[in-house]
Design a protein around this ligand. Structure first.
Ligand code: NAD
Length: 358
């Protein structure tokens, strides 16, 4: 199969591959759409088993960014970068400087920020070579790590889902969290403060233990998280957590978490709906982080400062959109991911129309 025939390709505008022999950088920058504005999305560093796996991840994540940015009503298109490598052992300042040069070569059609395996400190090296790097610390426009805003959006989204499924608040409910890194860890703190009980897992056991130490969470094995008794399942690790194998094992009636690309397939989305579960679509509930990054891009473009009030207004509006998606799913008896997809595609098409006419 060629790149253009791959199901993940989905009419990407551009796919760039970069190699820097000196630093060892191997990265892909995928630009799915610039219909609503320059594309923006995080950079993931992961030890992909093959170049094909890296490419597929970049394409799927970049397309999801188009949808996420449209649903959050940002003047941004969708793009994503992946760096092939182990973030625990292969990070160097030179690698991220080379990444900055790669971002700059895309000439402003892609804005980078952090994703799994990449921190604001890493991006500071990239920023030396390109202005198209956001999610940084230490300047007036800087928005910092997007994870706290992502976690806040996921927390509010869980509250909406729980209200609809159980007609109750979070007090005394059990939430199972898969992956307690940046987003999952902060989410655990918020849920704990709201009185929820937690069951957590992480392939990095030390992360799970640390969260348990401060929240009283029960720790379980990564594979056992699908079988626990919980009212909410919050995927906060990597993609594909919801598939035809894991779905029958889940006891929760609400699926709401921070991870990107939670549904392994559209079939899994349908099956989930037919099982009577409420799914908060990933690119809707986890849009807080890119809203925060957009605030930095906006401030840089205007020569102004980061505005928390703008972020809060966008996040509140996003949560209204999530509530509308859940309501329409009930009224129209259709899966939430189909409804959210329609909203996103309509907004991307509007952007395309606007750019074609002026
Ligand atoms: P992170 O790397 O800090 O956390 C991910 C955690 O998941 C790690 O602790 C990792 O050990 C764990 N993990 C990986 N595979 C696992 C498995 N099979 N079972 C259990 N644990 C596993 O990353 P993050 O920034 O917290 O992002 C988490 C997810 O949220 C990713 O899918 C990311 O793309 C998405 N996301 C993040 C943000 C953000 O602002 N950070 C925004 C939107 C979406």
């Amino acid at each position: 199969m060629t790149l253009f025939d791959s199901p993940a390709f989905d009419a990407h505008e551009a796919v760039h591959a970069f190699h820097d022999a000196k630093s060892g950088l191997k990265c892909i920058i995928a630009v799915h759409s610039t219909a609503r504005g320059p594309s923006a999305g995080g950079c993931r560093m992961w030890a992909y088993p093959s170049a094909e796996a890296a490419l597929e991840d970049a394409l799927k994540l970049s397309r999801a960014m188009s949808y996420k940015n449209a649903v959050a009503d940002l003047e941004l298109g969708g793009g994503k970068a992946v760096i092939v490598g182990d973030s625990r052992t292969q990070k160097t300042p030179e690698l991220f400087e080379a990444f900055g040069r790669a971002v700059d070569a895309v000439c402003g059609r892609y804005w980078a920020a952090e994703d799994v395996g990449v921190t604001p400190a890493d991006l500071a090296h990239a920023r030396k070579h390109s202005r198209y790097v956001a999610g940084l610390d230490g300047h007036p426009a800087a928005s910092g790590d997007p994870s706290p805003v992502t976690a806040e959006g996921v927390f509010r989204g869980i509250r909406l889902g729980v209200q609809r499924a159980y007609g109750a608040g979070l007090e005394g409910l059990t939430v199972a969290i898969q992956g307690v890194g940046h987003v999952g860890g902060l989410l655990a703190d918020k849920l704990h403060a709201a009185g929820a009980r937690l069951i957590v897992t992480d392939v990095n056991e030390a992360s799970a233990r640390a969260v348990a130490g401060r929240t009283g969470a029960e720790v379980t094995r990564p594979d056992a998280i699908f079988d626990v008794h919980a009212q909410v399942f919050a995927p906060c690790a990597l993609g594909g957590a919801i598939n035809l194998e894991t779905l029958p094992r889940l006891k929760a009636r609400v699926i709401a978490g921070g991870a990107n690309n939670q549904l392994a397939s559209a079939e899994a989305g349908r099956a989930l709906y037919e099982k009577g579960l409420i799914y908060c679509p990933d690119y809707v509930i986890n849009g807080g982080g890119i809203i925060n990054v957009a605030a930095e891009i906006r401030a840089l473009d205007r020569g102004g400062a980061y505005e928390p009030a703008w972020v809060e207004a966008k996040l509140s509006r996003l949560m209204q959109t999530l509530d509308e998606v859940l309501q329409r799913s009930k009224d129209e008896q259709r899966p939430t991911h189909e409804i959210a997809g329609e909203i996103a595609r309509a907004r991307i098409a509007e952007g395309r129309g606007a750019s074609a006419h002026g």
